[in-house]
Write a protein that binds this ligand. Structure first.
Ligand SMILES: O=C(O)C(=O)C[C@]1(C(=O)O)C=C[C@@H](O)C=C1
Length: 357
């Protein structure tokens, strides 16, 4: 056995030496890129370039490694190279262990400064004030719909969207003891309680449910008190020493949350992008229909349409619209110019590479 393993391990050692040399060669070039950028004060994080590199490695990947695995490795390589230029700071809805934190690392890799914030408002504040280079906030969930606070703050602040990340959201029920005996309250973020409500009604209809600031906060509370059960990711549960009593209890097994990266960066086209807009129309019959007509006229696909009351006392709405393409794509530029003419309010929230997952 050891005789057979020895030459194979020697092969791996030799390959690792080559990988290490190449990684450092790459890192030195990234340092040079960093110097060029410093001369012109150009942004260190270039999401469109990173998206192109990651799409490229998955396309060219000959296997047997999977495309997703190869992307994870290259995500970390770029994160480490980027950190040699400058380590970016990213604010997210904390505490540690939330799906927002998972989204941060999925987008930026781990060679960053991740700053947990107590609320979505605080993530926007930190990003707007420049204490963080970027923020990551949830924007919609496949079973619960829009995260309204994020939509309202996108409208109210100058923050631009420079990236999107979709994360599979699996919720588990967990306690300190790993059993539901003696549990009097089930705690979770209100969205997680809503995403598990059918399952909870069937299995624990008589246990009180309490909404708390985040699932990770629920996990922390359950770690301190055996009468509390938390709904959270198993990753968060492990951080607070919880045992799983029931795994993956969300009503939709394909539950996903989409996050956006916010900041002041205007991203260049990556070849596969989305553009987010906010619009309002005068309160007239057929106004929304007219408003959106330029999209189909110029062959621009709409991927999302959401409305929020304008909260000025009348039945007026803001419409949040996502389209395929980048504001610099000629067809998108033409459609948006016409759309703007029809709109009582028009704001581009940003163009950014489509999520890799
Ligand atoms: O191409 C650049 O602009 C780089 O800084 C290099 C690099 C990389 O490591 O490939 C690193 C950071 C950027 O976000 C994009 C790519």
């Amino acid at each position: 056995m050891t005789d057979k393993l020895k030459p194979l391990r020697e092969k791996i050692d030799a390959i690792d030496a080559q990988i290490l040399a190449l990684l450092n060669e790459r890192a030195k070039v990234a340092e040079e890129v960093g110097h060029v950028k410093a001369e012109t004060n150009a942004p260190v994080f270039r999401p469109e370039r990173e998206a192109q590199v990651l799409r490229g490695v998955a396309e060219r990947n000959p296997g047997p490694l999977g495309g997703r695995e190869v992307q994870t490795i290259f995500r970390e390589i770029m994160s480490a190279c980027r950190a040699l230029e400058r380590r970016v700071t990213v604010a997210f809805l904390g505490p540690a262990g939330t799906f927002s934190e998972q989204a941060v690392y999925a987008q930026f890799g781990t060679a960053i400064e991740a700053v947990p914030c107590a609320s979505i408002d605080e993530v926007f504040r930190a990003t707007e004030a420049g204490t963080a280079d970027f923020g990551v906030v949830p924007v919609e969930n496949s079973s619960e719909g829009a995260v309204n606070r994020t939509l309202d703050l996108m409208l109210a602040t100058p923050c631009l969207i420079s990236g999107e990340i979709a994360i599979a959201v699996h919720h588990s029920l967990m306690t300190r003891t790993g059993s539901m005996e003696g549990v009097r309250v089930i705690c979770a973020h209100s969205q997680a309680l809503a995403q598990c409500q059918v399952w909870l009604n069937q299995n624990f209809p008589h246990i009180e449910r309490r909404a708390v600031a985040s699932n990770a906060e629920a996990a922390r509370m359950a770690g301190d008190d055996p009468t509390i059960a938390a709904i959270a990711s198993e990753h968060a549960g492990a951080q607070y020493g919880l045992g799983v009593t029931h795994a993956h209890i969300q009503d939709d097994p394909h539950n996903r949350t989409r996050f956006v990266v916010i900041g002041s960066l205007q991203t260049n086209p990556s070849g596969k992008d989305h553009t987010s807009l906010v619009l309002a129309v005068p309160n007239k019959a057929g106004a929304v229909y007219h408003l959106l007509a330029p999209l189909s006229k110029h062959g621009v696909s709409m991927t999302r349409f959401e409305s929020r009351p304008a909260r000025i006392g009348t039945w007026e709405y803001y419409f949040y619209v996502d389209v395929e393409g980048h504001v610099q794509d000629p067809s998108v530029a033409k459609a948006l110019a016409e759309l703007k003419d029809n709109a009582a309010f028009f704001k581009v929230l940003g163009s950014y590479p489509t999520s890799l997952t």
